[in-house]
Every structure is written in C-alpha cells, then in structure tokens.
Design a protein around this ligand. Structure first.
Ligand SMILES: [Zn+2]
Length: 96
C-alpha cells in the first residue's frame, strides 16, 4: 500500500468519525429540543432565556435585579422566576 493510500484511508476514517459524532450530537440536540417543546406545550416554563443583573438596566426586565441574579424572560411575561446565582439558574434548567 502506498503512503498516499494510507493517508487517504486515515483521512476518510477521520471524516467518517467526525460525521458520526456530528450526527449523534444533532440527534441529542433534537431529542432535547423535543423534550423542552413538550414541557412548554404543557404550560411548563423551561426558562430558555433570561436577563442578568445590569446597572443601569438596559432591558425593563433587568429592573430590580440584584448582582448575580437572572430573571426569566421566556414567553410574554408569564414567568416571574428569578435565580439568585448562575448555579441556581443552571440547576433549575437541569431539573426540568
Ligand atoms: Zn421561566
């Protein structure tokens, strides 16, 4: 087998591995998206977006927040969740 053929084989394998990893990642993302969409369909807020404390506030939702806090802005004002830290914000999403 020539050097070129070997090299080509390795590249193809690497590309196939990357493609498979990307496919798995895509599938996992779709599954997670479907799971969160199902929760939202049931009226459960998934806190998918939020604003962090800023002084002065840029967005109205930032008014009244204390340093470290994040307020959920998903939907149109239905959710009033405020996390007191990044850890709490992430833990709340992990618990869904
Ligand atoms: Zn929320």
């Amino acid at each position: 087998m020539s050097y070129f053929a070997d090299d080509y084989g390795t590249d193809t394998e690497a590309i196939e591995t990357l493609q498979r990893d990307a496919d798995l990642e895509q599938t996992a993302m779709e599954r997670e998206g479907n799971r969160l969409a199902a929760l939202r369909a049931k009226g459960i807020c998934t806190h998918s977006s939020g604003v962090m404390y800023r002084d002065p506030p840029v967005y109205p939702e930032q008014a009244g927040l204390r340093p470290g806090q994040t307020r959920c802005t998903e939907g149109t004002g239905g959710c009033t969740f405020v996390a007191n830290s990044d850890e709490e914000w992430n833990a709340t999403q992990d618990a869904l």
